[in-house]
Every structure is written in C-alpha cells, then in structure tokens.
Design a protein around this ligand. Structure first.
Ligand SMILES: Nc1ncnc2c1ncn2[C@@H]1O[C@H](COP(=O)(O)OP(=O)(O)OP(=O)(O)O)[C@@H](O)[C@H]1O
Ligand SMILES: [Mg+2]
Length: 284
C-alpha cells in the first residue's frame, strides 16, 4: 500500500505545515482516516491542530528514538478522522542521538511499517533541513510532496532538494516517487508569481497540483486559533484552494471506491483496480 507522504522542503516557511494540516483535515472530512506525524521540533503541526502541550512521553521523539509501540503514541484530534503523533522541542536532539545507531536512516521506517495498515494516508510534516530526521522521513515514504513558495528564491533551493531526493532514492528507498508539487503563497498581481508558476509547471508537468494556493491572511492567522484554516474559515480563497488540492490528492492517491467497495462486484472491482493503478503510474 503506497500511502506515506513526506511534505518536504529544506527551505523554511514555504507552507509545508500549512499544506499538511489542511490537506489532512480535508481528507478526514472526506472520510479518510489520516495520520499526521509532526517530525519538526518547532511542533507547528501539533499546535496548528489544537494540541498545545503534548504529553512528553508520547511524541515523535519516542517514535524515532525509543523502542515503543507506535500505535500507543497516536492521539485523536478534534477533527474528523485526523490523528496525530505530536512533536515537542525534544525532537531537536534526535538527529544527534541517531548518529551512532546502526541503520540510522531506517529508524522511522520500521515504526511506520506497523502504522501503515491502520490509516489510509500518513502525512509527515518535515522540518526545514535535510538532516537525519528528514532522511528518515523520506526513507519511510512512498511519495514526497513538495510545497514551493511562488518566489524567486524558492527555485534556488530546489536543486539541492531534488539532489537529496535522488540520493535517497538511489541508495536508501528505491520506491520513493515525487507525488506532487504544491505552489503556495501566490500573489497573482505580480509577474514573478506568474513566472515561477510557469517555470515550475514546465519542469514538473502534471505533478504540480492544479490549484495554486494564494497568499491569505486567514491561512496565516488560523494556527493561533489551534485550527486548520479549512475549519477556521472554510470559505476564504486559501481554504477553497486547499479543498481543490485535497480532491486532487484523493483522486491521485486514495481511491475511495476501491478501498470501500460498496457498489461494484468483485470482478468489476479487480479490473478497475488494475486499470486505475496503471493509469496512475503512467501519469507520473
Ligand atoms: N498561503 C499563505 N498565505 C499567507 N500565509 C501563509 C500561507 N501559507 C502559510 N502561511 C504562513 O506562513 C508561515 C510559514 O508557513 P508554514 O509554517 O506552513 O511553512 P513551513 O514550510 O512549514 O515552515 P517551517 O519550514 O518553519 O516548518 C506561517 O506563519 C503560515 O501561517
Ligand atoms: Mg513547518
């Protein structure tokens, strides 16, 4: 089952966390059981989902560093079908603690394997670096989702990110794919935004999600209310754009009819399953 997604970009403040929590919340509303792993010691996904002070024994620090049952760390959020393993500042020490471990790039993968079958999608909110936590996240993932801010400097760091992606793919996780690129914080009045959108679409083609997230005050103020913007103010333009992204995400990666075969007969289901999978692969 290919259902683990790293929201990853080593550049800070590009919309990784905002994209992960809003897409997760919308997928939850659509009926999918979703787990977010907050792998950033800033714990923005944790507080953005309304969890202020997670109990320090139940965080992604334990998940990656200690020998614990991963399911025991999963916390239910206030949002339908959305579950979380929270983070706290302790996670900052994990990079160092993993240094002397054998197979240190695989510490998270072994834990995630035991969670995969309990959730339809696992979304990992990565930190803004290419350190050991990000490497562990990419090694554990089926897809990388790249949020990119629509500004010139966003493209500058992209080469380095793609180089790391290739290194992980070649050496540590052959099945890692680029799942998609989410263009964020667009200011449609400027030529630069238009140029960045064009350049990114030329390079990544259909991997770029159709909808582009505009700059939106509502998206930026939602975290201070402990709610994803799509719940805090579902009708603003930013939330509407994330709604389109979540639908596209569902269509690309989570086939609800196949997972919940209520209408189709078994034989029809099998054939549609095969054609669907092959068309998905030919698209990307
Ligand atoms: N479309 C948007 N319009 C306006 N503000 C936004 C938008 N998306 C995100 N923000 C705000 O920009 C800041 C950075 O966003 P976010 O935290 O999602 O980025 P990030 O890539 O996760 O950052 P970090 O690298 O620090 O983890 C936050 O204050 C967030 O609320
Ligand atoms: Mg973040």
């Amino acid at each position: 089952m290919k259902n683990v997604f790293s929201f990853c970009n080593q550049k800070g403040g590009v919309g990784k966390t905002t994209s992960a929590i809003n897409v997760a919340t919308l997928l939850g509303k659509l009926g999918h059981r979703v787990l977010i792993l907050d792998m950033d010691s800033q714990a923005n996904a944790t507080s953005g989902l309304g969890i202020e002070k997670p109990s320090i024994e139940f965080t992604t620090y334990q998940l990656i560093v200690e020998n614990v049952d991963p399911l025991a760390l999963v916390k239910q959020t206030a949002f339908d079908n959305v579950f979380l393993i929270p983070s706290n500042p302790d996670l900052a020490a994990a990079d160092l603690e993993l240094i002397n471990r054998e197979r240190r790039e695989y510490c998270l993968k072994e834990k995630i394997e035991t969670l995969k079958s309990d959730f339809e999608a696992i979304l990992i909110d990565c930190p803004p670096s290419l350190g050991m936590i990000t490497i562990n996240s990419l090694v554990s993932s089926d897809y990388i989702i790249i949020p990119l801010q629509c500004e010139y400097y966003a493209l500058e760091g992209l080469g380095q990110l793609l180089h790391s992606f290739e290194l992980v793919k070649q050496n540590l996780n052959n099945s890692l794919e680029i799942g998609g690129v989410i263009l964020t914080m667009a200011d449609f009045r400027t030529n630069l935004t238009q140029q960045v959108i064009e350049e990114v679409r030329n390079y990544f083609k259909e991997k770029v999600f159709q909808s582009v997230i505009p700059r939106s005050v509502k998206l930026s103020e939602a975290p201070s209310f402990g709610k994803p913007a799509v719940i805090y103010d579902p009708h603003n333009k930013g939330s509407k754009s994330y709604e389109e992204i979540a639908h596209e995400f569902e269509k690309r990666f989570l086939n609800f009819e196949i997972r919940n075969p209520k209408i189709e007969t078994n034989s029809k289901l099998e054939s549609s399953n095969i054609s669907n999978e092959s068309s998905e692969h030919s698209d990307f």
